[in-house]
Ligand binder design. Structure first.
Ligand SMILES: O=C(O)CCC(=O)C(=O)O
Ligand SMILES: [Fe+2]
Length: 344
């Protein structure tokens, strides 16, 4: 069967490195946008180099350890890969997210940044297998609640691809939303494995067989409205798929003998405690001998620090005393607290 390809707004040149109105409209209305030229190629190449040094080669014995698609692997923020951290907090990326959510960069918070390998394989899948995923939305394991009404999104998810579709296939599929009455987007989003008392099953065939048995209306809804309407995001090296917690999508099989590398990121609006970070909190890495996280905080811009949860200039946390104390903690790493002083 011919794959329907995502056709919207695959811009070649961004003006001033900002998403244009079409990207923003696509994300807000259809639930996603694919952008090819958001991040600098050299930085992406450096990240790919670091990732290839970390993850085993396809078909190696060691790669078997990484055949489950989980975010609890070791390539997470803050990483020993400088390029990984730089992409996580890249000003162009932060601005893109802020533009999608219609807020300032200072009102964003990072809740996920990790790099996932996906190895192509001919092996027959078990229920947890991520090779050919069931159609899903990502909110259940990011949120304690349910995404807000469509026109009030509070998070942006993204996949940064470090290969090309021609090399690895395995393009993410998405179901474009066609407006408030789209039968693919009923409210609430519950007809999906893992929600309510439905078991979580990742593999498409097993998940749909399970749905047919336990929720036949849900199974019919999925078979009629979701799978036939999926479109694949034909990515290139460096493409970024921006989507949402309430966008139907799924991962598809990567070509055997290849390794697809992607960085997955999520940013939320601030003050959204119900949207959980997907992996350990940033301060957990503060005692490492190389002081990586301390240096990162000291060298980050005010906006980047704020996205990590560091109180913004003018926040009620700051007093003459707390400023002096935080300066004492980070002085050895050259932190510049001028803006925080000025806002006092
Ligand atoms: O790998 C992909 O293309 C998408 C993965 C995904 O949607 C997920 O694991 O939640
Ligand atoms: Fe997903």
């Amino acid at each position: 069967m011919e794959e329907a390809t995502v056709s919207y707004f695959q811009s070649e040149r961004l003006i001033n490195n900002r998403l244009d109105d079409e990207h923003i409209r696509s994300w807000r209305d259809r639930g996603f946008t694919l952008v090819h030229d958001l991040l600098p190629q050299e930085l992406l190449a450096a990240l790919k180099h670091d990732a290839l040094a970390f993850y085993p080669e396809p078909n190696s014995k060691a790669s078997e350890r990484y055949n489950d698609f989980s975010s609890s692997q070791r390539f997470v923020f803050p990483s020993r890969s400088t390029a990984f951290n730089a992409i996580t907090l890249h000003p162009t990326l932060l601005q893109a997210v802020a533009d999608l959510l219609g807020v300032s960069v200072l009102e964003l918070r990072l809740t996920q940044s990790d790099l996932w390998p996906k190895y192509g394989s001919d092996a027959s899948p078990n229920a947890d297998n991520n090779a050919d995923q069931r159609m899903h939305c990502d909110y259940p394991n990011h949120s304690l609640v349910h995404p807000p009404e469509w026109d009030h999104p509070d998070a942006v998810e993204m996949i940064v691809y470090l290969n090309s579709y021609d090399e690895c296939e395995g393009a993410t599929a998405v179901v474009p939303r066609r407006g408030p009455d789209d039968p693919a987007y009923p409210w609430p989003i519950t007809q999906t494995p893992g929600v309510g008392d439905l078991d979580y099953i990742n593999d498409r065939l097993q998940a749909e067989a399970y749905m047919a048995e336990h929720d036949s209306r849900g199974a019919t809804f999925r078979a009629e409205n979701l799978y036939p309407r999926e479109e694949v995001a034909k990515y290139r090296f460096g493409s970024v798929l921006l989507y949402r917690h309430d966008t139907w999508h799924r991962g598809r099989p990567v070509k055997p003998d290849t390794l697809r590398l992607v960085q997955n990121l999520t940013f939320t609006k601030s003050d959204r405690e119900w949207l959980s970070p997907l992996h350990s909190a940033w301060s957990w890495s503060m005692y490492e001998p190389d002081k990586l996280m301390e240096k990162l905080i000291a060298q980050a811009t005010v906006a980047q620090r704020t996205v990590l949860g560091f109180p913004a200039p003018g926040h009620e946390y700051w007093t003459a005393h707390t400023l002096a104390a935080v300066e004492a903690r980070y002085r050895a790493f050259g932190i510049d607290m001028t803006e925080y002083h000025n806002a006092l």
